[in-house]
Design a protein. Structure first.
Length: 375
C-alpha cells in the first residue's frame, strides 16, 4: 500500500540496462514509478556511459533525485561498485559506480538484475512478507535471486546464484556457458524453440501452426511464438509447453531441496505465458521435491511488478544506501564505489518488509503433497 512515509522518502532513479534498450525510471519510496525515459543501448563503453548520464540528467531536470541504482545482467562484484563481466555489455572489471557517480555527482550502486527484481517484489510485490524466497527469471536464459532471512544473498564474490547453469542433464544440450545440460537449456524461451524444433523433426505432420512457421523461416521461431501457437491449440506447441512445465517443476524441486524457500516468484518474459504451464509445473514440483508428504511446500507465484521490477528494485536499493537503517536490511554499501559496508550491513539484520498488495490466489501443494487452494 502506498504510504505517506513512502512518498516523503527521497526520489531515486532505477535503470534497467538491457541488450536492446536502456530504461530509467524515477521511483518514490512506495515503489511507484513516476517518470520513465528510454533509449537504445549503445554497445561501446564510452557511448553507453554517455547514454546513462543523459538518461539520468533528463530525469533530474524534472525531479530532485537522491541516488541512482543500475540493474545489470552480469556479474557485479561484492561491493556493488564494479561490473566483472556482462555478456551483452562492454564492461569488464569496470568501476561503473565510481565513473557514473563522478559524472552525476550522485551516489550510484549496481545490482544484478535478478537481485534487483527480487528486492522489488519483496518490498512491494509478490514476495512481500516472505522470509526465504527464490526468484526465477525466465527469458532467453534463467536469472535467479535468493532472499535469505529477509536479505538478498549474493555469495562471497557477488555472483550467487547461477541456478540456470545447474546441470540437470549430463552430456545434454550445449550451453553458451561452456557446459552441457544446464537447466536453462530445457526451461527458457530459448529452450521452447529448441524443443519445438526437435519435436517437429520427429513428427512434423502433427503441427499446423509451428510446422508452417519453421518451414517458412526456421530462424524466425521464438519462444513467444511457440507459446502463442499453444494458446491457439497447436498440438506440438502444447507438447512443448508440457515439457517446459516438467522441467520447471523438476528444477524448482531441486532448488527447494537445497534452499527450502517459503516462496518462489516466477518472473521474466516467459512468465507472461504462465497460464499455459504454471499449474502443471506446480504439480511436477510437488511430485519431485524430497519428502513432499512430510514438509510444507513453497508457494509459487508469478511476478506482480512485471518488467518494471528491476528498475524499482535498483531504485529502492539506491535509496537504502542513503538511509543506514534501511541499508542494514538491503545489505548495500553506504557510499558508492568505496567497496565498504557498514557494520550493520554485515550483520544478519532483517530487511524492512514492504507494503504492496498480495499476489492473486494461486494453486499450491499442501504439506501432504496434494494440490490445494492457497493465497
Amino acid at each position: 500500500m502506498t504510504t505517506r512515509i513512502g512518498r516523503e522518502m527521497p526520489l531515486t532513479v532505477g535503470i534497467d540496462i538491457g541488450g536492446t534498450n536502456i530504461r530509467a525510471s524515477v521511483v518514490d519510496g512506495a515503489g511507484e514509478v513516476l517518470d520513465t525515459v528510454q533509449a537504445p543501448t549503445p554497445h561501446a563503453e564510452q557511448a553507453l556511459e554517455d547514454g546513462l548520464e543523459r538518461a539520468v540528467r533528463e530525469l533530474c531536470s524534472r525531479h530532485t533525485i537522491g541516488a541512482v541504482g543500475l540493474a545489470v545482467a552480469g556479474f557485479v562484484d561484492e561491493t556493488r561498485s564494479s561490473v566483472r563481466f556482462a555478456p551483452h555489455l562492454p564492461w569488464e572489471d569496470t568501476p561503473v559506480a565510481h565513473r557514473l557517480g563522478e559524472r552525476l555527482g550522485l551516489p550510484v550502486i549496481l545490482e544484478h538484475d535478478a537481485n534487483a527484481a527480487m528486492w522489488a517484489e519483496y518490498r512491494f510485490g509478490a514476495a512481500a512478507g516472505a522470509h526465504n524466497g527464490v526468484l526465477v527469471a525466465i527469458g532467453t536464459g534463467i536469472g535467479a535471486a535468493l532472499l535469505v532471512g529477509g536479505e538478498l544473498y549474493r555469495g562471497s564474490y557477488g555472483v550467487a546464484p547461477e541456478l540456470g547453469h545447474l546441470q540437470v542433464v549430463p552430456h545434454g544440450r550445449a550451453c553458451p556457458c561452456g557446459k552441457r545440460g544446464c537447466w536453462e537449456r530445457y526451461c527458457s524461451g530459448t529452450a521452447l524453440v529448441e524443443t519445438a524444433i526437435e519435436m517437429l523433426a520427429t513428427d512434423p505432420v502433427r503441427s499446423t501452426i509451428l510446422a508452417r512457421e519453421v518451414f517458412r523461416d526456421p530462424g524466425s521461431l521464438t519462444g513467444r511464438r511457440v507459446a502463442g501457437a499453444a494458446q491457439d491449440g497447436d498440438p506440438v506447441a502444447l507438447r512443448v509447453m508440457a515439457d517446459f512445465a516438467r522441467w520447471l517443476g523438476l528444477g524448482l524441486a531441486f532448488v527447494s531441496d537445497i534452499f527450502d524457500p517459503d516462496l518462489i516468484v516466477i518472473a521474466g518474459g516467459v512468465s507472461s505465458s504462465a497460464p499455459l504451464f504454471l499449474d502443471d509445473a506446480r504439480d511436477h514440483y510437488a511430485a519431485s521435491i524430497t519428502g513432499a508428504r512430510h514438509r510444507p511446500l513453497a508457494r509459487i507465484r508469478t511476478t506482480q511488478l512485471g518488467e518494471a521490477a528491476g528498475m524499482i528494485g535498483a531504485a529502492e536499493l539506491a535509496r537504502a544506501a542513503l538511509t543506514p537503517k534501511r541499508a542494514a536490511g538491503a545489505g548495500v554499501a553506504t557510499k558508492a564505489g568505496t567497496g565498504r559496508r557498514t557494520n550493520a550491513a554485515d550483520r544478519s539484520a532483517k530487511g524492512a518488509k514492504g507494503g504492496g498488495s498480495g499476489a492473486s490466489a494461486e494453486r499450491a501443494a499442501s504439506p501432504d503433497g496434494k494440490a490445494g487452494a492457497r493465497r
